[in-house]
Design a binder for this molecule. Structure first.
Ligand SMILES: [Zn+2]
Length: 296
């Protein structure tokens, strides 16, 4: 499952070939991904220009000249592959990205031919990805986006907001941070990493980062800072690039080697001066990795 840094990395890879370019031809090679594609999918894209390519949580949002927005989600195994229509250009463009499934064109379900000369294939073997077109004017009411909390890298996500959301919550801090209604786009990996940086136990009750009145304690401020730092580092490193999410230029990101706790059960805790060993436990059905010594 890609997390926010991977999706942001994909967005940055697609931006140069999509923004300002027109869909000259669109191929929908099957009628459904996770959900059926809209009946008028091709017609609403062809001839339209992409004014901007943004992101909300783990959704990519292409703003179209028609007033529509194309919403795209990678699901579990989705990826985009960019090539230049002219083979010669592709050879001279080392930035053209590939994916390890790039040759398995049986899973190229949607293909965008852009006026920029780029051919963008959406490849998704497991088909948990999705594409949907909504009118920009109705984006506020879009069910997929409506319930999402603030962006973790935005200004709205701060200690006061997080404390308010956690006030009185008896669930764990891990569960609270994973709740998309509290903060959007955080997944298992970066929740574990952020809690380790903040030296807070994933088992701690969420309510303990707020006062009874819901004001932020120092823990809330530390945690917000840790979340932002972990995500920024991951984006700078090109996403964590768990095997399925190569950087759009085809190079694996390096951040996966920098995980402090994720998938490191039994290893020494990297916190300077800490003699702890990383442990794995299961919380709400997902693996949590943490150091029981320095995370309190
Ligand atoms: Zn430790």
């Amino acid at each position: 499952m890609p997390e926010l840094p991977e999706v942001e990395t994909v967005r940055r890879g697609l931006q140069p070939v999509m923004e300002g370019a027109r869909f000259t031809r669109v191929e929908a090679r099957r009628g459904d991904l996770r959900w059926p594609l809209p009946k008028d999918f091709v017609a609403r894209l062809e001839g339209k220009t992409v004014a901007g390519l943004g992101r909300r949580a783990k959704y990519l949002l292409a703003d179209l000249s028609s007033g529509d927005v194309l919403l795209m989600h990678l699901g579990m195994s989705g990826s985009f592959r960019v090539a230049q229509e002219r083979a010669q250009a592709a050879e001279s463009t080392p930035g053209g990205y590939y994916h390890e499934r790039s040759k398995d064109t049986a899973h190229d379900h949607v293909v965008f031919h852009m006026s920029s000369g780029a051919r963008i294939c959406f490849n998704d073997p497991r088909r948990f990805g999705s594409m949907k077109i909504v009118a920009r004017a109705k984006l506020d009411q879009e069910p997929l986006l409506r319930a999402l909390g603030p962006e973790p890298l935005g200004n709205e996500f701060d200690a006061a907001m997080l404390a308010r959301a956690c006030r009185g919550k008896m669930t764990s801090l891990k569960a609270a941070l994973s709740d998309q209604r509290i903060v959007a786009g955080l997944g298992n990996i970066y929740v574990c990493e952020a809690l380790h940086r903040a030296r807070l136990s994933p088992r701690r009750k969420a309510s303990t980062i707020a006062t009874r009145a819901g004001a932020p304690t120092e823990r809330a401020a530390t945690l917000v800072e840790a979340v932002k730092a972990v995500l920024k580092d991951a984006i700078a490193a090109g996403g964590s690039s768990l095997r399925d999410h190569r950087r759009t230029d085809g190079e694996l990101g390096l951040f996966q080697h920098n995980f402090r706790v994720y998938d490191r059960a039994g290893k020494r805790c990297p916190t300077p001066g800490c003699s702890g060993t990383i442990r794995r436990i299961v919380q709400t059905g997902r693996s949590t990795f943490f150091c029981p010594v320095c995370q309190k």
